[in-house]
Design a protein around this ligand. Structure first.
Ligand code: ASP
Length: 585
């Protein structure tokens, strides 16, 4: 139907006869002249109808979002538009077909639309016509295309694993689907293809990948969706180095193919415990400093009650040095804004000192001895004009609060370069973490993560002390990918289930098929999975996950376009052998 898209014609095409198609972005009627901006996924070209053009009246009746096919000759514009790539030319139209009309759209279809997100999601097909979203969908495609290109070349096979399946635990709640043929039995939607990819290794496929949809029924946060996509990878006969190396080359390939950016490999590595101690988090943003410094030993003998009682109960005192921050943050900024930031993570207070020529000063200085102040200044490398911010609490609280404050400060001080991709591996993860609330051990990655065989005894005595072959890739303060080497020995797998408090019968019922496969000669294997949506967000520079998913759900899990989740007919429920709760409306 057309010869060019709407971002193809330039001054050198002047005089050529062309055919264009697209949506009407805008019509301007200047009385004797009519202009139409014709838009498609590539851009905009101006259609022109002069006063003596017999199509002028037809053009004047055309409205926004009508679908047109226009034929004519390219000519140089008399007034050029430097903001538009095709702004030097226009089409002198001599044939015009209205392929479809359109109702008045409920929103402005432009990047700088003023529409509420609710309107945009309800009419997502209109929202998606906006150039920004068109570009993000293309970026998403380029990333998956580059992924496939790279992995195919590396000898990986692309697989599809079941959507209707049994629970695959990744630490979230399952979505469940009732079976009609087997009443009162349920499928679960996969939280990840984890067990299937491991079974494919057992089946002798040494290199697997999948652009896989995953489903997790969690309380939604603004950066989460109930269904999301992973680039999921698994390999046999490899060690950890092989997975990290492949991942680095994949990232480098994607960055080059989609953004033309050369990334430096190998990526730096930070052990898990070091990340927590220096940054307060296992997903540090390493684009700026403001590292956490432990001062607990400096205050070991302190008379200051607050610090003393924290240290007595095994807590920690840590601080951040905000270089030159003394002039930037007033006492009120610190006591109100910054304190409320640390309070979000449970810290009961934020103490501060300012570095002056004569030493550390501030309302809190009176609580400390000269020696403590001098030692603090030295440890914090405080220079005149610096601001020191302290939190004293349980170690988890200190890390969470100061880790968050670090990011807040970097934002306020404009320390973050959005164009830097600080790919970093977090390595040497513990296998388990003790969950105080649940009163039991939980797997930090998942229960299929391998650890050195010699730590089997430690597992029985002190599960939290076992170090696992796990790794996460972080960038810009986000977890981009996570993976591990897997257990390929049935006995080791049973030990882990036991340590997690999963009894024999339950192990058999839930994971019998995996344990059995491990008994039939499964090779050593491991892998990794990338959060594709997050990767697109990072490369596309958006912090809204709904910008990178064509048909996303709201934060409350609704699809405003289709109205899902919705009611079902009584007859459907009947067939499934299900009944609505009497008390529900
Ligand atoms: N299945 C894991 C996840 O979804 C990733 C992996 O270990 O490969 O987080």
């Amino acid at each position: 139907m057309k010869t060019h898209h709407n971002n193809a014609l330039r001054i050198e095409h002047v005089g050529e006869r062309v055919v264009l198609t697209g949506f009407v972005a805008r019509r301007r009627d200047l009385g004797n002249l009519v202009f139409i901006d014709l838009r498609d996924g590539e851009g905009i070209t101006q259609l022109a109808f002069d006063s003596d053009n017999p199509l002028k009246d037809k053009a004047s009746a055309i409205k926004s979002e009508y679908v047109l096919r226009a034929e004519g000759v390219v000519r140089e514009r008399s007034s050029k538009n430097p903001d538009l790539p095709s702004g030097d030319i226009e089409l002198d139209v001599d044939a015009l077909d209205v392929l479809n009309t359109a109702k008045q759209p409920p929103m402005l279809i432009r990047d700088e639309t003023d529409a509420l997100e609710e309107t945009r999601l309800r009419h997502r097909y209109l929202d998606l016509r906006r150039p920004r979203l068109q570009a993000l969908m293309k970026l998403r495609h380029s990333i998956t295309a580059a992924t496939r290109e790279f992995l195919n070349q590396e000898g990986f096979l692309e697989f599809e694993t079941p959507i209707l399946t049994k629970s695959t635990p990744e630490g979230a709640r399952d979505y469940i689907v009732p079976s009609r043929l087997h009443k009162h039995s349920f499928y679960a939607l996969p939280q990840s293809p984890q067990l299937f990819k491991q079974l494919l290794m057992s089946a002798g496929f040494e290199r697997y990948y999948q652009i896989a949809r995953c489903f997790r029924d969690e309380d939604l946060r603004s950066d989460r969706q109930p269904e999301f996509t992973q680039i999921d990878i698994e390999m046999s006969f490899i060690d950890q180095e092989a997975v990290l190396d492949l991942t680095e080359r994949l990232v480098a390939h994607i960055m080059k193919a989609t953004r033309g950016i050369e990334v430096k490999t190998p990526f730096p590595r930070i052990p898990y415990h070091e990340a927590l101690s220096r940054y307060g988090t296992d997903k540090p943003d390493t684009r700026f400093g403001l590292e956490l410094v432990d001062l607990s030993d400096v205050f070991a003998q302190t008379d200051f009650k607050v610090f003393h009682s924290v240290l007595e109960s095994d807590g920690r005192i840590k601080a951040i040095n905000v270089e030159g921050g003394a002039a930037r943050f007033s006492r009120k900024d610190i006591e109100k804004d910054l304190t409320s930031e640390v309070a979000k993570y449970g810290a009961k207070g934020l103490l501060f000192l300012r570095a002056e020529a004569e030493g550390l000063k501030g309302p809190a200085a009176k609580f400390f001895t000269e020696e403590e102040l001098t030692a603090t200044a030295a440890r914090m490398e405080a220079g005149e004009g610096d601001l020191l911010l302290f939190v004293a609490d349980r170690v988890q609280t200190v890390n969470a609060a100061l880790g968050h404050l670090r990011n807040v400060l970097a934002g306020k001080l404009d320390l973050i370069d959005a164009d830097t991709f600080d790919y970093t591996w977090i390595v040497e993860w513990p296998l388990f973490e003790y969950d105080e609330d649940e009163g039991r051990y939980l797997a930090l990655h998942h229960p299929f993560t391998r650890f050195p065989e010699k730590e089997l005894d430690t597992l029985k005595e002190d599960p939290a002390a076992v170090g696992a072959f796990g790794y996460d890739l972080v960038a810009q303060g986000q977890e981009l990918a996570g993976g591990s080497l897997r257990i390929h020995n049935a006995e080791m797998q049973r030990e882990v289930f036991r340590a997690l408090g999963i009894e024999e019968a339950r192990q058999q019922e839930r994971f019998g098929f995996l344990l059995e496969a491990l008994e039939y000669g499964t090779p050593p294997h491991g892998g990794i999975a990338f959060g594709l949506d997050r990767f697109v967000m990072m490369l596309g520079k958006t912090d809204n996950i709904r910008d990178v998913i064509p048909f996303p759900k709201t934060q409350s899990g609704h699809c405003l376009l289709t109205g899902a989740p919705g009611d079902v007919d009584a007859s459907q429920l009947n067939e499934l052998g299900l009944k609505k709760d009497k008390h529900e409306k």
